[in-house]
Design a protein. Structure first.
Length: 171
């Protein structure tokens, strides 16, 4: 298993563009709050570490992970944001609820990304138990909120680069 071999949150800082002029929305689920708020802390501190201003980060809380897509759509409709990051934690139980929620969020965020042309980052832990979640929310596998922040910054920078390239070419 790749994630057992490395802590993916130990990224190369030099490869991350400046987030100074970028704006971000973060939608965070309240279910498994002790996990999701650890993701949130990692995410916000990483955005700020890379130059984002607190004024350009808007956080919205939704009841559960299933509501992440609707929360992202509402946030994107109200504010001009460069990227939206969704954070949640779905823990497998005795039933298949986790599969329905996880698939709904994955496909909802994919659709929003395509419809809006803006990055919608999937920061949803889809774990078998609480320990796996803790390992990924500041534990031995790093903090997936940090990785979500880096992904958002990189995707916004890619869009900026593409836009500038197209202008230069003259399309
Ligand atoms: N939301 C989560 O974010 N994480 C969970 O682990 C989680 N487990 C759930 C288990 C069941 C059986 C149900 C019905 C809901 C669960 N939810 C969970 C809440 C879900 O994301 C959503 O908020 C509610 O279903 C209301 O739409």
């Amino acid at each position: 298993m790749a994630s057992a071999l490395s802590n993916l949150s130990e990224y190369n800082e030099g490869n991350v563009p400046s987030a100074e002029k970028m704006s971000f929305g973060i939608v965070v689920a309240e279910w498994n709050r002790h996990i999701t708020h650890a993701l949130l802390d990692g995410c916000v501190s990483t955005l700020i570490h890379h130059g984002a201003s607190e004024d350009n980060i808007r956080v919205v809380q939704v009841p559960g992970s299933f509501e992440l897509t609707a929360g992202a759509a509402a946030l994107g409709a109200e504010l001009r944001l460069d990227a939206i990051i969704c954070l949640g934690c779905v823990i497998k139980g005795e039933t298949n609820h986790d599969e329905y929620i996880n698939h709904a969020v994955a496909s909802g965020l994919t659709q929003l990304g395509i419809q809006t042309g803006k990055p919608h980052v999937f920061g949803l832990l889809t774990v078998l138990n609480e320990l796996q979640a803790l390992d990924r929310a500041g534990g031995k596998h790093g903090n997936k909120g940090v990785e979500a922040a880096v992904t958002a910054i990189r995707m916004v920078a890619i869009r900026h680069t593409l836009r500038n390239d197209v202008r230069k070419i003259g399309f």
